[in-house]
Design a protein around this ligand. Structure first.
Ligand code: BTN
Length: 331
């Protein structure tokens, strides 16, 4: 499997995007060192991929519209990153980007490799739950090979990813996003996205992480507990732009965590979570715990003040506000 590189079609697109008017075929062909016939073939391919290109004799070519696709050349257009998203594997459909990324990681794919798919046949969420992955959403997995992360830091990668998602989404459209422990991205009180962090590790050594993120962007039919940007705003958004923004935020925070530690991520995460001071019920594997959510600890675990004033650390579980019935979850 070869990653989809920026090829001549991508360079043609870049040239057309940089110009408001028509660009002569001669100029593009000269710039890319290809023949006029070669240029025409690439334009025909772009048209098949959903781009609308106007071709006028003696004037040249002009880009009229871009399809809402997660093509590598859309994601990488002006992507200001050093390694996250520099290598992209793109699919119309895959079983799960987590599986594909895992195979690629075992096959030595580079740190920061991105696997992205328009839909997934068996998208999965935390605790083996199903993740609805119809066309219109954003489904991707990143391969990470962090040298600075110890096994006990892994939950903090999920927090870092969650903060990146909110910052990236806000850069695209500024709405009332928030976070719910451990891995939910909310819009209002419904689930807009989720994060799944899987890893290959031994003793205290993390070999690689496969970080999967799903965002309900332009998705239409979702369960009652979930929401998409489209359902919330009645508008469609460029998914490639959202993904690019998230990737940029992620790389910035990740490099900072490597240089400083995760403590700034914990603060940012806490400030984006709306649970503090709320009475919550947490389903922890075989039992239920009730109390007031008071914060997260240095490792990113949830702190609950129980009625006997004792603080319990929650390592895993689903959290519900006590005045709200547990919704039927998407994942
Ligand atoms: C959750 O909220 O439980 C996590 C959901 C994670 C979904 C994403 S979509 C891309 C990647 N591929 C998968 O199969 N799952 C993750």
């Amino acid at each position: 499997m070869e990653p989809m590189k920026i090829n001549p079609a991508g360079l043609i697109l870049e040239t057309l995007k940089q110009s408001a008017g028509y660009v002569s075929g001669e100029e593009i062909a000269f710039k890319l060192k290809i023949t006029r016939q070669g240029l025409w073939k690439h334009i025909a391919k772009l048209t098949r991929q959903g781009y609308k290109v106007s071709a006028v004799p003696h004037l040249g070519y002009k880009l009229v519209s871009v399809p809402d696709k997660l093509y590598p050349y859309e994601i990488q257009y002006r992507l200001n990153n050093k390694f996250i998203g520099k290598n992209i594997y793109y699919y119309e459909e895959t079983v799960s980007t987590q599986n594909t990324a895992w195979e690629l990681a075992l096959d030595n794919s580079a740190d920061g490799t991105l696997v992205v798919s328009e839909s997934q046949a068996k998208g999965r969420g935390r605790l083996g739950r199903k993740w609805i992955s119809a066309k219109g959403g954003i489904y991707f997995s990143l391969i990470l090979r962090p040298k600075f992360i110890r096994l006990q830091d892994i939950p903090q990668i999920t927090l870092l990813a969650a903060v990146s998602c909110i910052y990236g989404l806000k850069k695209t459209v500024d709405l009332e996003y928030s976070l719910k422990w451990p891995n939910d991205i909310l819009l209002g009180d419904k689930k807009l996205g989720g994060i799944l962090c899987e890893m290959d590790a031994e003793q205290d050594k993390v070999n690689f992480i496969v970080l999967g993120i799903g965002i309900n962007a332009n998705t239409r039919d979702l369960p009652a507990a979930a929401i998409s940007l489209f359902q919330y705003t009645a508008k469609k958004f460029s998914r490639a732009q959202i993904l690019r923004n998230i990737l940029e935020q992620f790389e910035t925070l990740y490099i900072r965590a490597e240089q400083e530690s995760f403590s700034f991520v914990l603060k940012q995460w806490e400030s984006l979570c709306r649970l503090w001071g709320e009475r919550v019920r947490v389903n922890v594997l075989d039992r239920e715990v009730e109390g007031v959510a008071v914060g997260i600890d240095k490792k990113g675990y949830l702190l609950l003040r129980k009625d006997n004033r004792e603080i319990e650390t929650i390592y895993s579980g689903d959290v519900f506000k006590c005045n709200v019935n547990p919704p039927k979850k998407q994942s």
